[in-house]
Design a protein around this ligand. Structure first.
Ligand SMILES: NC(=O)c1ccc[n+]([C@@H]2O[C@H](COP(=O)([O-])OP(=O)(O)OC[C@H]3O[C@@H](n4cnc5c(N)ncnc54)[C@H](O)[C@@H]3O)[C@@H](O)[C@H]2O)c1
Length: 360
């Protein structure tokens, strides 16, 4: 008998820096492309496309494609004309895709990279807090389908993540704050030191001090990478990254996306902490610590005009879709969470009432 062991994921560098100066060298370290296609959106293109093209000049012919910014573009209808462009430019397996933008660009461009000619290399240049701290790493790529988020996609890793933290200067403040909810989440689920850092350096982080952002993003990326490395295809541990997302996602849908994703995750984390406290899993101090940090980052605005029953019904609907398995992530202490599957509708309703009453 012969036996081969194959490794499932290949490592890739994540560069955190304050400009695009080192971009060409970083790209050449991971690939020698025959041509480069930059995929970006209509908000990011006028801000950064020219700079990025300038820095990549000389490596290979550069093309670009720009789609309308926003989640509403994250579907197959945006993907197919981009494949057409690839064919027109005779892109082959050694062509490189560069995803320049937030999570929508990264997910969509990554999906195209995973599927064109059964997979070509791609580089992420994330320009939002969400993408720099979360979506650009971990290899989940995809698009929405009908009413379902991220329904069509793949696990496909980038060759490089190149983060220029200075790009956050142009990001609208509400998007910055909302994105920080995912960083807080990383602290709550796995890194007490990151929690301490977020508490201590709040003013610098909110003022976008680049050194503070670099330190924060480094710690946040480490949490994401460690969890993903342990469970790339989300069979177990990776689910802890969904802390705050079960009720948060339902809230986002019921609010008709008027409350931003990160804001909903913040409410969701408070609700999960409240359920944990009521079950005796964590202390009241832990619950208040979570709420207070979310407050410090201006994430908990008054929660008005939300039909609580609809939020619960949405979670129940998700549960049916997932064969009765909508896992809740509950918390024991800062940095320590677990996956629990028996949270009741009543607990969810009470958690929503608590959050509504205390976020005034
Ligand atoms: N793949 C994953 O693991 C993962 C994880 C989390 C979220 N996501 C996905 O990420 C998406 C959300 O990502 P997002 O919050 O980055 O949203 P986004 O990509 O829509 O960006 C938010 C807005 O900011 C604009 N923008 C981006 N960078 C900018 C900059 N530097 N200056 C000014 N404007 C800028 C965008 O054009 C957009 O209007 C969702 O589709 C979500 O499903 C994926």
């Amino acid at each position: 008998m012969k036996r081969l062991e194959k490794t499932s994921t290949r490592p890739y560098p994540i560069v955190l820096t304050f400009d695009f100066e080192g971009l060409a060298d970083a790209v050449l370290e991971v690939t020698r492309p025959s041509c480069i296609m930059i995929i970006t959106d209509s908000h990011v293109a006028p801000l950064y496309l020219e700079q990025v093209c300038e820095k990549l000049k000389g490596i290979a012919p550069i093309y670009s494609t720009v789609f309308e910014a926003g989640e509403q573009s994250k579907h197959l209808g945006t993907v197919t004309p981009i494949y057409d462009t690839f064919i027109e430019y005779q892109m082959d397996r050694s062509s490189l895709i560069v995803a320049l933008g937030g999570g929508v660009v990264g997910d969509l461009a990554g999906f195209i990279a995973s599927s064109y000619m059964r997979g070509i290399p791609f580089v992420q240049i994330p320009t939002t807090v969400v993408s720099q701290n979360d979506s650009s790493m971990g290899g989940k790529v995809g698009v929405d389908y009908l009413m379902h988020k991220n329904m069509i996609g793949a696990f496909y890793q980038p060759s490089l993540v190149y983060t220029n933290l200075a790009t956050l200067k142009t990001l609208p403040e509400r998007e910055v704050l909302s994105g920080l909810a995912e960083v807080l989440k990383h602290a709550f689920i796995k890194n007490k030191a990151l929690y301490d850092y977020l508490l201590e350096k709040r003013d610098k982080i909110l003022a976008q001090d680049l050194e503070a952002l670099e330190e924060m993003t480094y710690a946040s990326c480490l949490v994401k990478c460690r969890v993903v490395e342990a469970d790339t295809r989300e069979m177990g541990l990776r689910k802890i990254l969904n802390f705050g997302h079960t009720l948060g996602h339902a809230l986002e849908t019921v609010s008709n996306f008027t409350i931003l994703h990160g804001e909903c995750v913040a409410y969701g984390m408070v609700m999960a902490a409240w359920i944990s406290f009521k079950r005796g899993l964590c202390t009241q101090t832990t619950l208040e610590t979570i709420k207070s940090l979310c407050d410090d980052y201006h994430l908990l605005q008054p929660l008005q005009n939300i039909e609580l029953d609809k939020v619960v019904a949405h979670v129940v609907f998700d549960k049916k879709k997932s064969y009765g398995q909508v896992p809740f992530i509950l918390i024991y202490d800062i940095g320590q969470v677990d996956i629990i599957k028996d949270v009741t509708e009543d607990e969810m309703r009470q958690a929503l009432i608590y959050t509504q009453e205390t976020c005034q």
